[in-house]
Design a protein around this ligand. Structure first.
Ligand code: ATP
Length: 254
């Protein structure tokens, strides 16, 4: 099976000008995601998680190396080309929900299609279908400030998927949520992955959130140090993730 996303020998250096010291945020990093993968990225603060997500999703560029999404080199696309490519192929959810308060939940969800000038009856049907799938149909005419954080994040997931994007990046999506809402958002991500074979890359500090994925990559000093595959049930996976984090932190202290 060919990879939907491929990062090849990616290096990212910040600073390094005349008066600034260099920080190597990513160091010759290689990564492949296949269709239907649900992968989490964990690692200590400063290990390069956000930098990696920004580069893989085309928000930033590597200093050297290449990122291919669906065999297209995103780091070599022009600004306009990249913007259209991202809107068509990639969905994003962040810690903050980024919903527009002046639009209803349904209008927020349809926004990517409106931006792609795809306003049609089919768009309403698709939005209805997705809202139903994510269990938030009943709030579609409400405004973001009238619904809970968990419902807002599920609406953000819905918006991220409305263009039938096959790749979803999630950066600490449960960071602003209580445990009940976190669980409902994580279950939404899991069902989305299982039902639509959406490839998901989740960055999180939370072992419980990471345990919803099928594979955890542990990052340290800008490189992938370990990979953990889910083999047993979720409780066992949480324990294994915690053990790996402890090892990583111990190694860090040496
Ligand atoms: N714009 C920037 N300019 C200079 N250095 C940066 C910049 N962004 C990140 N860095 C540095 O690159 C390294 C990796 O940072 P990054 O934010 O990717 O880590 P992280 O794992 O996401 O951390 P955290 O868990 O604290 O969010 C750090 O040493 C950080 O200080």
């Amino acid at each position: 099976m060919s990879a939907i996303l491929k990062a090849m020998n990616v290096k990212k250096i910040f600073g390094g000008g005349k008066d600034f010291s260099e920080t190597v945020a990513l160091n010759h990093l290689n990564l492949e995601l296949e269709k239907g993968d649900f992968t989490a990225i964990m690692g200590p603060s400063g290990s390069g998680k956000s930098t990696l997500l920004n580069i893989l999703s085309g928000f930033d560029f590597p200093t050297t190396g290449e990122v291919l999404i669906k065999d297209r080199p995103i780091s070599r696309m022009s600004g306009d080309e990249l913007a259209i490519f991202r809107r068509t192929h990639i969905g994003y959810i962040f810690q903050e929900f980024h919903l527009l308060d002046s639009l209803t939940i349904e209008e927020n969800v349809m926004l990517p299609r409106i931006l792609n000038r795809e306003v049609s009856l089919k768009m309403f049907e698709k939005a209805d279908q997705m809202l139903k799938f994510l269990g938030i149909s009943e709030i579609k005419n409400k405004y973001p400030y009238q619904v809970s954080g968990g419902q807002q994040q599920r609406a953000a997931v819905c918006r991220a998927l409305i263009n039938e994007t096959s790749l979803l990046f999630a950066d600490e999506p449960t960071g602003n949520l209580d445990s009940k809402s976190s669980k409902s958002v994580l279950e939404t991500l899991k069902r989305t992955n299982e039902n639509f074979q959406t490839t998901i890359l989740l960055v999180t500090h939370d072992p419980f959130a990471a345990s919803y994925s099928n594979k955890v990559l542990f990052l340290k000093d800008g490189s992938i140090r370990t990979q953990l595959d889910k083999k047993g049930d979720q409780d066992l996976f949480v324990k294994e993730i915690l053990d790996n984090l402890t090892l990583l932190e111990d190694d860090y202290d040496v």
